[in-house]
Ligand binder design. Sequence first.
Ligand code: PMP
Ligand code: GLU
Length: 427
Amino acid sequence: MIAAMPETTGAPALSKRVRTLKPSSTVAMGAKARAIKESGKDVISFALGEPDFDTPQRIKDAAIQALNEGQTHYSATLGTPEARGAIAAKLTGENGIRGLGGEHVAISAGAKHSLYTVANCLFDQAVPGEAPGEAVIPVPAWVSYAPIVELAGGRVVEVPTTPESDFKANAAQIRDAITPRTRLLVLNSPSNPCGTMYTEEELRDIAAVVEEAARTVAPNIVILSDEIYEKIVYGGIPHFSIGSIPGVAERTITVNGLSKAYAMTGWRVGYAACPGEFGTRLIKAMGALQGQMTTNITSFLYPAIPVALNECAAEVEAMRAAFAERAVLAARLLGEVHGLDAPKPTGAFYLFPRVSAHFGKASPGGRTLGSALDFAEALLEERLVATTPGEDFGGCADEHVRVSFACSEAQITEGISRIAAFVDSLR
Ligand code: PMP
Ligand code: GLU
């Protein structure tokens, strides 16, 4: 969606790595909507994927107490033993991932940072003449996976999916995408941007493919299961952690964080965990890398982690229930908009409607809609509704826009009625 940064002439150059890096379109669209709102305009933002709730008070209190008590110094790079232990216990108790102790957990500055660190522990920087390691990613997928893999030196192998399969890849498609160079299979259920989920059975089929591939063609394959939306489920499909399946457990890295479930996006707390011999080596390597990079996360946040994980079930449930109601409302209203079809959301807080039925039409503001980006830009400029255009999510996403319904029911109703009016005005 956003062009890579241009070359400069004359002035000192930046690295090729950043010059060719595409900034995050979700972050950019969120910033654009915020800026228009701050200029006094009545923007409805369906752009950024972040809960509109406040962090539960008891979590804040734990951090405030730690701050007041002087927990303000450097601490262990990967987290305090209490925080790492609480995460290991949660993954064992709630997710059924066996063999985990605190030493198998790395805490990072958000799940995004966890993914970045993991990728740098798995991929080697590209060497001319050598084929890079590969990350198999079913697409559409969250915009940051591909840049994170590529920055680390890996190559993305997209597995295309369609709305008809709820944007899910099946085991046979995954098998076909695996090669001797495969290092990573990225799974994200519930999915950003699709709002859909894999069933336990589907994940067991995929796990069987990975187990077989690990024995035969791809000895270095690792699953990265991004479960950041695990608590926001409402469509009847229970969340299932692929890392609980014994045959792949010791090659599955489970990534999660506090951002979404506890409305803590600004705190920046994420984690990665993996049991077994590989897990031990991986987490150690993540410690070495983060020790040269960030040291620890903000030290007075650590005591808030066990509080969130162990004491906030009621607050999490209240937020989940609100998202469930919003999902029903948003899906119903959007389903009534001409030509905007989307699979029913079952988790996270996204709808991912196809908008390509309107490509080729012109908006009242005089813009011809040739792409999802055109659609999203015209909708924002002419009707003050911010969505995220699909282009950077990969695969068929360039025919879609993402609608994040992490906002009030009144905003959902008003925003979707503006979308309907926009669509009706296209000629
Ligand atoms: N994974 C997915 C699928 C996401 O949507 C996000 C966006 N918040 C993240 C990871 C990163 O979350 P954070 O860095 O806030 O923990
Ligand atoms: N993950 C959220 C989103 O997709 C927040 C922004 C980001 O980190 O991408 O909108």
